[in-house]
Design a protein around this ligand. Structure first.
Ligand SMILES: [Zn+2]
Length: 263
């Protein structure tokens, strides 16, 4: 137990797996984690909106198709990933947002959001529908929630607690402290921070939560992309073999937290 505490925990949280997300980067990631015998988190949108995610007007919703489920399920069964709920449709429902940046800086109030400012019943309904759908498709209990745009409010935490969730991984917002049984594990890094972690041994956070997307990869987005598939595979392998770094999932990290608090 002591040895484990000395390690830096790393959670690789890959967002935006949905009906029309590309399988290629997902397969690269999942194969890489499987080959290194480590685990990651896939944040899945159950009923993704069909058009512009930022447009709050009515949109069609597309359920996760069987092909996507069949593709991910074997990795889940083999323990390669945890499935987290990533909103219901990832549609922005706020009409008053001003700006949106993924990371870092802007507070919840300035972001696009599917949850912030929605009333209790509206939020609860979305969470129940998403959780039940993913649980029936993947035949697993979903206890981690990743709000779209990392945006949530106190009501979100209350609803999650009522539904038996254990983790919320979003923006770090000091006005929303942990409530009930909910662990707030805020995203605090991007893929290039992993490289720094290996090279720079002076600053060591106890837990690094990487918010990852398909556009991190140069193959997917030449402009925003930070890494080639092969570089990614080499980086993950290096970390997996590093004696002081340890990949984990939101669920596992939260349950260790809980045990430590009890002791
Ligand atoms: Zn997202």
């Amino acid at each position: 137990m002591k040895q484990k505490q000395e390690k830096i925990s790393i959670i690789y949280r890959y967002d935006d797996v949905h009906a029309y997300s590309r399988n290629e980067p997902e397969q690269v990631i999942l194969d890489c984690f499987r080959n290194n015998n480590i685990r990651c988190v896939m944040a899945v949108i159950p009923f993704v909106c069909a058009a512009n995610w930022r447009d709050p007007n009515f949109q069609e919703k597309i359920p996760l198709p069987k092909e996507k489920i069949d593709f991910i399920k074997p990795y889940l069964k083999a323990g390669v990933c945890e499935i987290a709920l990533h909103g219901l449709s990832h549609q922005n429902l706020r009409r008053k947002n001003r700006i949106s940046h993924f990371f870092p800086g802007n507070r919840n109030k300035n972001r696009f959001s599917e949850f912030y400012g929605q009333n209790h019943d509206q939020q609860l309904k979305r969470l129940i529908q998403g959780k039940e759908y993913l649980e029936s498709l993947f035949e697993t209990e979903i206890t981690s929630f990743v709000p779209p745009w990392n945006s949530y409010d106190k009501t979100t935490i209350r609803c999650l607690d009522e539904l038996g969730f254990e983790v919320l991984s979003g923006e770090n917002d000091r006005s929303c402290t942990s409530g009930g049984n909910i662990n707030i594990l805020s995203a605090n890094a991007r893929i290039n921070d992993l490289q720094n972690l290996i090279e720079n041994q002076t600053e060591k956070p106890s837990c690094l939560i990487i918010q990852a997307h398909a556009f991190d990869f140069k193959k997917i987005d030449l402009k925003q992309g930070q890494i080639h598939y092969q570089e990614f595979e080499e980086l993950i392998k290096k970390i997996a073999q590093h004696p002081k770094l340890m990949f984990t999932t939101l669920k596992t990290f939260a349950s260790h937290n809980k045990q430590e608090k009890r002791q």
